[in-house]
Design a protein around this ligand. Structure first.
Ligand code: DAH
Length: 348
């Protein structure tokens, strides 16, 4: 090593320093020349020991002087550039992370749509207990004990009845439908009545593609003087058009429920095929949407309304069923599995 090696090194250092722009560049220069492990000057210092003593002294002094020059020049530039910018080393062109947004469950959205439609027609929205007594779930709905219609629904009973309520009744079962809310409301209010009652109901069903032991219904009830089957039909047509779209075809098909006379089921033209027939509608062109009818006089008598003065209509919609039709889903269990990949598709 000679003093001319040192001047080459100095020239390299000057060149590197003149090109350094940022704090990171300056750090690279510092590492390259003064780094503890592989810095150029450090390496030179390590070779001093192999030089003859008098040469060692002169070269050593020159190397140390150079080291001080490097230090001083670097310090000067470092002070001018300042500390590293806060975003140094961060790729600001990377897409940001979106915060995850929650959304309402598809069944909640369907329920709210139904509520909005009927609220818009002046209906009151009420809720009631899921633990129910025999009177409200069956008896007052014209289904006395031993009535064969009780077999239509497989009831889940409590192992022991609940303590008596203010009217002395004991809840003994999980309600099998929301129809008991008709009774609860009429017992407490005089006509006119115009309500819907959404809520959970329970039946002894096993899980399969079309059944769950818990599901959701919306009950409807209208009572006044001179309410006719025409009012029922018109109301359901408005509901169907607002829910499925203007001009959708509907039909009332005769049916049986103990608490309505006459009773019917509302069918809506299949959305999957426009009524031509497809697997969704089992090639009938129609989708069954709800049960309904004119309130049976025995129901009015049970709540103390005079059937000579008042008439009314009632209906009951299954929300899961409606959601299956609306979204073209073929397995009801998917609504309860909480798979976000499924839910996010249905609930924008
Ligand atoms: N409660 C019936 C069910 O669970 C649905 C129903 C049918 C409700 C006719 C009504 C009605 O109010 O009038 O399947």
């Amino acid at each position: 090593m000679s003093v001319s090696d040192l001047s080459t090194l100095q020239a390299e250092f000057d060149e590197a320093l003149s090109q350094a722009q940022s704090a990171a560049d300056l750090k690279a220069v510092r590492d390259r020349f003064l780094g503890r492990k592989s810095g150029r000057l450090t390496a030179l210092l390590k070779t001093l020991g192999s030089l003859p003593p008098d040469e060692r002294r002169t070269v050593g002094a020159a190397v140390n002087a150079l080291k001080q020059t490097f230090e001083a020049r670097l310090a000067e530039r470092e002070a001018a550039v300042g500390s590293p910018a806060p975003f140094e080393g961060v790729d600001i062109t990377l897409p940001g992370r979106r915060p995850a947004l929650g959304r309402r469950h598809p069944l909640t959205q369907v329920r709210e749509r139904i509520e909005d439609i009927f609220a818009g027609m002046g209906y009151q929205i009420i809720e009631g207990p899921e633990l129910e007594d025999d009177w409200h779930n069956f008896e007052a709905l014209n289904m006395p004990a031993e009535h064969p219609a009780r077999d239509m629904q497989d009831t889940l009973y409590l192992s022991a009845p609940m303590p008596a309520d203010a009217s002395g009744r004991r809840a003994s079962l999980l309600r099998t439908h929301t129809s008991g809310m008709q009774i609860r409301y009429m017992e407490a209010h005089e006509p006119p009545v115009r309500l819907i009652a959404p809520g959970r109901v329970y039946r002894r069903d096993n899980f399969d593609a079309t059944h769950t032991p818990m599901f959701t219904q919306v009950e409807g009830l209208v009572v006044d003087r001179d309410i006719s089957l025409g009012d029922l039909k018109g109301t359901l047509q408005v509901f169907a058009e607002q829910f499925f779209g203007a001009g959708v075809a509907t039909r009332l098909r005769p049916s049986f429920f103990p608490y309505t006379e006459p009773s019917a089921e509302l069918d809506v033209e299949c959305q999957g095929c426009g009524g031509r027939g497809c697997p969704l509608c089992k090639y009938t062109g129609w989708i069954e949407v709800l049960g309904c009818g004119m309130v049976h006089p025995a129901v009015f008598e049970a709540v103390g309304y005079d059937p000579e003065q008042y008439t009314g209509f009632a209906f009951g919609v299954g929300i899961e069923r409606l959601a299956l039709r609306l979204y073209g889903v073929d397995d009801i269990r998917m609504f309860y599995e909480n798979d976000l990949r499924f839910l996010e598709q249905l609930a924008p």
